[in-house]
Design a binder for this molecule. Structure first.
Ligand SMILES: NC(=O)c1ccc[n+]([C@@H]2O[C@H](COP(=O)([O-])OP(=O)(O)OC[C@H]3O[C@@H](n4cnc5c(N)ncnc54)[C@H](OP(=O)(O)O)[C@@H]3O)[C@@H](O)[C@H]2O)c1
Length: 156
């Protein structure tokens, strides 16, 4: 299954100055617990902001132009098609972890979204989710994870 995982503010903001515009340990714990042992696909901007492959997961980094140093748990690909081809051979889920450009490239392939609703508005954010990104999806689960965050799961 291809799963989008994102944390969004009330005004759909997801990023600012190349980083997350907030720090919620509850969300980091949720992200780690959900993705551990799985495969991730990440855009080069978000990968640069994280700065290293996330341990315990296969990291697929996408870029059309950048050179990325490889590592044991990192593969570096040039297109979403290459990532989707690799995903066919995985016995785990592929989590699309962003950012916005990468979510947009995978949007039509995503089977489920896991959305952390962050209880703030970020007026000076510079990266947002499109308002229609959950069109065609149904909410199947909603739970509070602390610090005022709610995680909602959607299936196509
Ligand atoms: N709130 C959240 O849950 C969340 C999650 C992730 C990221 N973010 C935030 O989002 C922001 C970054 O988002 P962004 O949209 O600027 O960048 P991004 O999606 O992280 O990276 C975009 C880059 O990835 C590469 N890429 C994307 N799709 C590709 C494809 N189909 N084929 C080949 N390469 C592809 C390209 O790299 P090249 O230009 O190198 O070719 C593209 O310029 C940051 O602020 C980050 O903190 C937030």
């Amino acid at each position: 299954m291809i799963v989008g995982i994102v944390a969004i503010a009330k005004n759909l903001a997801i990023g600012k100055d190349g980083k997350l515009p907030w720090h919620y340990s509850a969300d980091l714990k949720h992200f780690k617990g959900t993705t551990m042992g799985q495969a991730l696909v990440v855009g080069s901007n978000t990968y640069r902001s994280i700065g290293k492959p996330l341990p315990g997961r296969l990291n697929i980094v996408l870029s059309r132009s950048a050179q990325i140093d490889t590592a044991d748990n990192l593969i570096f690909l040039r297109s979403e098609k290459e990532a989707l081809d690799v995903a066919k051979y995985l016995s785990c889920d592929l989590f699309v972890i962003g950012g916005a450009k990468t979510y947009a490239e995978f949007a039509k392939h995503i089977d489920a979204w896991i959305v952390s609703r962050v209880p703030v508005e970020v007026d000076d954010a510079d990266v947002f989710m499109p308002s229609a990104f959950l069109d065609g999806f149904d909410s199947v689960e909603k739970r509070e994870i602390g610090e005022g965050l709610v995680v909602e799961t959607f299936r196509r």
